[in-house]
Each structure stands twice: as C-alpha cells, then as structure tokens.
Write a protein that binds this ligand. Sequence first.
Ligand SMILES: Nc1ncnc2c1ncn2[C@@H]1O[C@H](COP(=O)(O)OP(=O)(O)OP(=O)(O)O)[C@@H](O)[C@H]1O
Ligand SMILES: [Mg+2]
Length: 288
Amino acid sequence: MENMKNLALPKQNEAITIAVVQEKGGVGKTTTAATVSAGLAALGYDVAGIDTDMQGHFISTLRVFTSAGYPPDLLFDVVSRRRPVHEALTPIPPEKITLEIPSDMTPTGPPGRLDILSGYLDTTLIPGWIRAHNNNWEALREVIAPLHQTHDFIIIDTPPTKSEMTPAIIAASDYALIPTLPEALSVRQTSDTLESIANLSKYGDIRLLGIIPTMVRDGVLLHEESLDELTTAFGESVWNEAYTSLSIIWGEASAVGMSVMQYAPGHKAACQAWRIVHKVLESVGVKA
Ligand SMILES: Nc1ncnc2c1ncn2[C@@H]1O[C@H](COP(=O)(O)OP(=O)(O)OP(=O)(O)O)[C@@H](O)[C@H]1O
Ligand SMILES: [Mg+2]
C-alpha cells in the first residue's frame, strides 16, 4: 500500500499552506501545528510540517530526533539552497499518525504521510541570509514550492518573535491560524498579531483561517469574559466550538512524543483536537 502511494501521480492541486502564528509565546502554536498535522495525516492527507522556530519544538513534540538527540537542523540549508526540500524532510513514524478517527469524520483513505522540515539553531541564520540576499522575502515560498507536488497540506509552525523571516512566512502561506489564551490581554495580543499580518500583506495574500482559544479554564469567569471579548472583537473568526481546555494531558502527550489523539483517544482533549482538525478542513473548504 505504501509503495503504491509512493508511485502515485503528482498531486493535481496546490497544497494548502497554513501558518500557525501568534506573537505571544507559549500559547499553543507548536501544539496546534503538531495536532493539526497529525490529524490531517491520520485522515489520509499527505502533510508537510515546517518548523521556522529555532527551538525545534515541532518535531521534538513528536519525539523524533537525529541520532545525536537533537531536532534535525535543516531549514537554513533549504532556505539557502544548499539542499533540496525533499532531501531535508524527516518522515514521522506511521504509528504516530495511525489514529482512531471519530465516527463523524470520514478519512479520505489510509493514513497519509507526515514529513517535517525541521530547523534548530541554524534557523537563527535565516533572517541575516534574507537581508544579505537583497531582502529575498520569497526565499521560503520558492524553496518549499516542490512540496505542492507531493503534499496536500503544508503546516508552518512559527516563532513568537518577529524577524525578516516573518514576511517570508507570510509570502509562503495561504492562511493564518492564531491560537490565543483567553486572558485579559488576549484581544490586544490577537489584534497586534492581525495588525502585523496586515502590515505584511504586501508580501503575500494571506487570509485569517481562525482564532483558536487555547488552554481555556472551563467555568472560570475571567476566561468566559475573555472569550466573549474575543468574539465581540473578531466575530465568527473565533472558533468557539473548536478550542482546547486547560489540561495536563497535552503536556503528558508531548512528553512521550504523541498527539493527544494517540495518547488519550477517549479523553476530552482528543475530542477537542479532532474538532480543531474538522474546523480546519471545513474552513479551507474541504468536506471532512
Ligand atoms: N490545552 C492545553 N492545556 C494545557 N497545556 C497545554 C495546552 N496546550 C498546550 N499546552 C502546553 O503548553 C506549553 C506551550 O505550548 P506550545 O509549545 O504549543 O506553545 P507555543 O506557542 O508554540 O510556544 P512558543 O511561543 O515558545 O513557540 C507546552 O508545554 C504544551 O504542552
Ligand atoms: Mg512553539
């Protein structure tokens, strides 16, 4: 089956590229990127994950490392054209994307692939490289272009800090997905993130896919008020039905290199993760 898949004809359509962005740190960007990537792959899509954060957490959340025990440090090599993108992908073991699919979702077929282009410390060289190459904001978009022939979705995890890489990420992406904590400053932080994206819109035509409330304390007044404020400010863009509750299970799952859907399939967190995957598909116009 796997061999047959590898022999498949190149994809007909462009991959849908989603950047997970938010200028505040620790809001669940990487968790969202890894969860959505694993869920889409489990549903039969071929997914390429790209980690543009020098922390290298995207792949380490799934506990896949080099033999030296670090995240593969290949993004800079790809952006600087030292290595073609397909040679820099790390395949995620199939058991991590062979998940129990909820009965209300229909897989397109057997699990697809999840391949991650990971960066690590050398990722810090990319902003300087872009500057030194005539502010080549198109660099990332150009070097990942071959993935459109082989993958259905490209999910980009991003750092909380802004740099010359930020316009390059915007130029490479169709959609922005914004996780946000429901707390006093969340409207402001989300506005700032949206404003930064708008300021960079000359670099690429990126649309807001959705705002995901993360680590929500169900039943806590402050959180409920913050969710209301978010909805008042951003309307239907706020995914009130597809959010995550605060739960230690998310940390436990990533500590053993699994998505919550693999680690605790019956847990509320897994249901919430699938709802987010479903909402992603619905929002990009794919029937789940
Ligand atoms: N719903 C949740 N409940 C509790 N903990 C969570 C939840 N979602 C994510 N976490 C945990 O919160 C921490 C921060 O999440 P994550 O690394 O995804 O944030 P981030 O936005 O990518 O951070 P950074 O800005 O540093 O890249 C992680 O330890 C993760 O396991
Ligand atoms: Mg992160």
